[in-house]
Design a protein around this ligand. Sequence first.
Ligand code: AP5
Ligand code: MG
Length: 215
Amino acid sequence: MHLVLLGAPGAGKGTQVERLKGKLGLVHIAAGDLLRKAVKERTLLGQKAENFIKQGILVSDDIVLELLEDKIREEKKGFILDGFPRNLFQAKKLDEILDGQNRRLDLVINLEVKESTIIERLSRRLVCSSCGRIYNKENLGDFSSTCRVCGASFFQRDDDNPEAIRERIKTYLKHTHPLINYYRKKKILYNIEGEQSPEEITQKILNFLGRKEKI
Ligand code: AP5
Ligand code: MG
């Protein structure tokens, strides 16, 4: 199965993929995580991408494709893409890669959230510095100042500040939002209300996939 998770910054893409990938036996390919890893490791690609990410604007297509294309081509178990494609050029490139291998996208899941939700969620997000698990300040509880899974400390992403968040929303509306129509026309779009709890969203996606499988 080949899935794409679409949605604005903070819509819950990473949260949902973490919950779904084990249940569906799929590999998580996250453009943003791969870019941040390249930045952290100071690779040439990472150095080129760093300022774009900090400002909340798109990294150039060639950098993103250099990082992702082989991973997509070589993933044989099936994948969930998160943060890619992010514009029409990338969407067409993804079709081309999959067509060339006689594969196709099965479903694009679009998480819909309000702008006020995005701002609220991103300003309280924390990420584990070791395993990358996503938290928010409220659900940590009183006693945990370290990751429940691996015990490492948290960090706040460089682009989770009000200025970068505003820019990321603008960038999303201009470049990524048009993909909703692109996939709707292909009849592979599934819209889901992203304001519900993470558990409800996961369950609805799994129910939908179950129904789709039987058609
Ligand atoms: P990327 O890392 O993809 O960031 P993003 O799209 O802005 O999305 P986020 O990761 O911020 O949000 P999310 O939807 O994953 O939400 P999360 O689950 O964490 O990209 C970063 C940058 O890299 C881009 O700006 C760009 O510069 C560059 N880039 C990446 N891909 C690129 C590409 N293809 N081309 C060019 N440039 C690219 O949840 C957020 C918070 O909400 C968490 O605290 C979570 O606990 C909470 N939460 C989640 N779901 C719920 C819920 N249902 N209810 C309540 N709280 C919830
Ligand atoms: Mg994410």
